[in-house]
Design a protein around this ligand. Sequence first.
Ligand SMILES: *Cc1c(COP(=O)(O)O)cnc(C)c1O
Length: 368
Amino acid sequence: MPRPILATIHTAALRANLQALRLHAGDARVWAVVKANAYGHGIERVFDGLHAADGFALLDLAEAQRLRALGWRGPILLLEGVFDARDLELCSRLGLWHTVHCEAQIDMLAAHKTHEPHRVFLKMNSGMNRLGLRPAQFRAAWARLDALPQVDEISLMTHFSDADGARGIAEQFAVFNAACGDLPGERCLCNSAALLRFGADAQVASDWVRAGIALYGSAPDFPANGDWGLEPTMSLRTKIIGIQELQAGDSVGYGSTFMADQSMRIGVVACGYADGYPRHAPTGTPVLVGGLRSRIVGRVSMDMLTVDLSDAPQTGIGTEVTLWGRSAGGQLLGIDEVAARAGTVGYELMCALAARVPVAVDAGTVGS
Ligand SMILES: *Cc1c(COP(=O)(O)O)cnc(C)c1O
């Protein structure tokens, strides 16, 4: 028997989340962001649930090749553009659209030999100070691109640093519009948080939105607003493989970080940080045992963690434990809640799912 741990990817939930985000996006087209192997889900596993998207956005050329190998002939956008002049050959061959965020990428394009001119997304640094041309350099870059025979259509793009937080997008949106409001071309501004919180303004949602985390059922602004009606797309389930009866004063796990103050039952669960579960999840982090909420006690170790079974007398070896997502019976434990207890975000937990965890695809209905 293999270890009982299994991650399940829910195709119907992906489809439902894409549909829900379309309602927020109005007339804008939706990029399904599938970077980092579809946020840990697996590009091949999410393709069926997301193929109604208008395009796929990612940053690894090998992932773009995998999408073409799946038969996707629609738009693919490289969110960071090319890393090397040779990447442009692959863009020409696979028909990839690419971001241009710096002058060096324009130099590479100017030297590139191609029969098919490329569609590019020119990116402005409107305040996040990661990738992008400064507002003062943006027009000159646009004019340079516009003059290149290697370039077809130019779209305009920026990325918000605080779409999920108190600062919001107003300042960056104003900087962007002031610098390029009169330039022609389609706009692409929103990530999930900007779309959900500010996308009702058609100027903000504009022509394309880049939806990542919300497609996977996680709320980008949890806990301020944890409930956008999104469905979890990944469930991580395993089983109890051992039971311990503690007396008052007994401790559990490495470092004896948890000590029983009365007699209690402990379940030993086949999941640890080598499976991608966060080691920093403290005592009290929620889990579902047989579909009912319980809590982790003691330190998460490499292959196991321990849970409190005091209120779950019917449980024993073989009882199902859900670390996040839905239990087999349909009960929900949000990945955002687990992430928050561990001092991180749902994004990191999804992406960290370890290669040793087997993954199944559930093609059934939403909520099962
Ligand atoms: C990852 C990424 C997104 C998607 O962000 P989410 O918060 O997951 O929706 C959008 N735009 C860019 C440039 C990105 O790198």
